[in-house]
Design a binder for this molecule. Sequence first.
Ligand code: PLP
Length: 401
Amino acid sequence: MNLSEAQELEAKHLLSLYVPIRFPIVIARGLGTRLWDTEGREYLDLISGGRAVMGLGHSHPRVVAAVREQAGTLIHVSNDFYTEPQLALARRLSGLTGGMRAFLCNSGAEANEAALKLARKHAKAVAGDKIEIITAYHSFHGRTYGALAATGQQKYHAGFGPLVPGFRYIPFNDREALEKSFGPQTCAVMLEPVLGESGVFPADAEFLRLARQLCDRHQALLLLDEVQTGLGRTGRMFAYQHYGIEPDVITLAKSLGGGVPIGAMLAREPAASTFVPGDHASSFGGSALPAAAALAALDAIEQEGLVENARTVGAYFLERLQALGREQPVIREVRGLGMMLAVDLNKPLAGAIKLACLARGVLINTVGDSMLRLVPALILTREEVDQGVSAIAAALAEVGA
Ligand code: PLP
């Protein structure tokens, strides 16, 4: 299938939700950090499949083998039954998080919905009817109604009101605003440890510590959305581990299934026990196939040193981009933590740079019109960093930055 055939089919049969953001290529296959289009051209994928999902790289052999094996054995039974892959996955996630208990689902938004519901239910159990949840401006928590209301970006709310009530937004990293907004009416704070979608802004340690203290003082829950930052992406297994705090709840998705859709809401006791039978559920949640994929993905992350690689190669990537920034006045700022990186430009050239990189066989993403965003797979090598940085440098020269 070529590009014009794909575009024609899209126009006829798909809702027009993604038209302006699509790369003008049709992807046929992937392996590791590489993708190939239907014309046979090869690309270095610095965005993990576009949205940071393919943290292990494409078609990781452990995930492929586990999916093949599990698909031939048992794909799905509902939560009316026990299955070994689901229980093994829950035990594994529990081990990684110091004993959190899991609700398994299918996406990041769905994991966040569960976290928001748990927070309201917990508040009822401990402190009456308080419903308010504090989140940050420029956050991104997903597109379902609760997650959308939690997302502090007006542009995603427009046209969909009335939203779920009870959300209050504060500027990210603003301790004074957090303290002022917090009170006996607050049942939870939901934060990304590193703002992802809006351009890789890590939380300050003091901000997260204050959130923890205020939650403790007011019997509120600290919910950390690790949908993007979790599972090694920032150079630690979970981003909260950079900060020396313990959240009550974390949410995961993206890298968890090695590309197979799966999400998880993990909660610590005593909050975890406020969900009782019937409070929440999912038909597909924790099916045998995605659970087996996730177990294989966790094996890869832990046994192949991917967290360490994300930390060291991510730091090298940051250094190389900062060096480029010293040579190129159009680069205003470079930010990064592990394999989450952003380059701020002082001209609206991001779209042109993305296309110029594409022409050089390198896939990067943009935020708005003057920011580049990179979320490569955790397996990226230093040579691939060099290739990516050379492509960005050449793209800057081409667009006359
Ligand atoms: N939370 C964060 C931090 C995200 O980055 C995303 C997606 O980009 C989501 C939640 C929503 O995840 P999903 O698209 O799987 O619903």
